[in-house]
Write a protein that binds this ligand. Structure first.
Ligand code: LLP
Length: 430
């Protein structure tokens, strides 16, 4: 398909859409809906585009996959195979990666409110790096590192006061952000005073869905100038993630090669021959376009000549992004993708909330209950933010590769959901 919202292997063949040679309609029948289908090749190619782009960097570089975008065992293993490092935000993400066989030294822990026990476990297990976000965290990590007798490699996260990103909820570079230090001098001094911490460098992440590459020189210059003005040796510099990925034809996608080229050029220009280790943390740009969500149409309500609600069997429980950020998505009918659109539908979810609308104003052919709708570019921050609202289990996930499909995450069942519940004790039951 020429449309860049779809995975690399997407094809329209006759009356079907396939990914990696697997017919989406058949996958929907075999695994049920809602179903998330991931194209291995698109994930691989996206990761390799970063790798190839950073090959031009004369210093060392590392790509940390931001697990918050999408995480399960198979996805982690796939990226591990490609040589990824991993950025985690919780002990549980770390433990899942360890379960997937990932070396702790290839992980970095982030977060503004990470509890002490999680910091302790991470340090004790030997996590590669911790990105320090605030004063309390400097003290906490120093205390636990000292306690376990480890010199913990750390970076300091700064708020560079650069506003970027498409929605206030996903902007993180501004001074008023909850993330990172505004006072670099204070943070650096505090870390340097802790013998159990090994300060390796500076970190900043401006936010998400950033399609403006002109932010990069500003960011790199900020980190360089901060370190230089404070006489801090800068072994490593991390510029976070945040590349935009379109989820609708009106959206924009940051070209990975162009992003890397801008970064490499700026690093060379600003640092000259004293190039630090460069790290980046892309999430969405690796998995976003690789994932297609499949839903079944359950029914339809026509309100007037302009409004027809098309009820789908999933919605905000598996993709909260339209409700939370006003994100716009696109859709196609899997068994007649090229049929002439004759109606405008709002594709709404099944959840008991009026804001549960996945796609607004979508032109589609006449629809019948049972039709399967595919929403492309649904791979990032959908499953990872999914909930059990209305008691509905989270979707199954399938990976497709060279004509084969593999179930990589089971559909959540009622047994999974009630496993955590405990009955009211007999003595207070009646
Ligand atoms: N590094 C740090 C420190 C981050 O906070 C994030 C994302 C990333 C890297 C990866 O950013 P990416 O390349 O994926 O844009 N739930 C929101 C996005 C929240 C992003 C949180 N941090 C959404 O659905 O748009």
């Amino acid at each position: 398909m020429s449309n860049s919202l779809w995975p690399d292997t997407a094809q329209v063949e006759g009356n079907s859409i396939s990914l990696a040679g697997c017919d989406l309609g058949r996958l929907a029948v075999q695994y049920g809906t809602p179903l998330y289908v991931f194209d291995e090749k698109t994930i691989q190619q996206s990761f390799r585009a970063f790798r190839d782009g950073l090959d031009a960097y004369p210093g060392d570089s590392t790509i940390f996959y931001a697990c918050k975008a999408l995480l399960n065992t198979a996805i982690a293993q796939l990226l591990d195979r490609e040589g990824a490092f991993f950025d985690v935000v919780s002990l549980n993400e770390l433990l899942l990666l360890r379960h997937a066989g990932i070396d702790l030294r290839r992980m970095r822990l982030h977060g503004n409110g990470t509890p002490l026990n999680e910091l302790y476990r991470a340090v004790n297990m030997g996590i590669g790096q911790i990105v320090l976000d605030n004063q309390a965290q400097i003290d906490a990590v120093a205390t636990v590192a000292d306690y376990v007798g480890r010199k913990q490699p750390v970076l300091i996260r700064l708020a560079p006061d650069i506003t970027a990103g498409s929605h206030t909820h996903i902007q993180t570079g501004q001074k008023a952000s909850k993330f990172g230090f505004n006072n670099a001098r204070m943070a650096i001094k505090r870390v340097q005073a802790k013998p159990a911490l090994q300060l390796q460098g500076l970190h900043a992440h401006l936010g998400s869905q950033i399609d403006d590459l002109t932010m990069l020189p500003q960011l790199i210059a900020f980190l360089h100038d901060t370190a230089a003005s404070l006489d801090m040796p800068l072994q490593e510099l991390c510029i976070g993630g945040g590349l935009a990925v379109a989820t609708h034809p009106s959206g924009s996608t940051t070209d990975i090669a162009a992003y890397c080229k801008t970064v490499v050029t700026q690093m060379r220009q600003i640092f000259g021959s004293q190039l630090p280790h460069l790290s980046i943390e892309p999430g969405r740009s690796i998995v976003g376009r690789a994932g297609v969500a499949l839903y079944k149409m359950v029914g339809c309500k026509t309100v007037d000549a302009h409004t027809s609600w098309l009820h789908l069997d999933g919605g905000m429980g598996d993709n909260i992004r339209p409700a939370l950020y006003g994100a716009r998505y696109h859709a196609a009918v899997v068994d007649r993708p090229r049929a002439t659109p004759i109606h405008t539908y709002h594709l709404c979810g099944r959840y008991c909330e009026s804001g549960d609308v996945l796609v607004k104003n979508m032109r589609l052919p006449a629809m019948q209950p049972g039709d399967v709708v595919a929403i492309p570019s649904a791979g990032a921050y959908t499953l990872s933010m999914a909930s059990n609202y209305n008691g509905i289990g989270r979707p199954a996930v399938v990976l497709v590769r060279a004509g084969q499909h593999y179930l990589i995450q089971e559909r959540e069942t009622i047994a999974d959901i009630i496993k955590r519940d405990r009955p009211l004790p007999e003595n207070i039951r009646s």
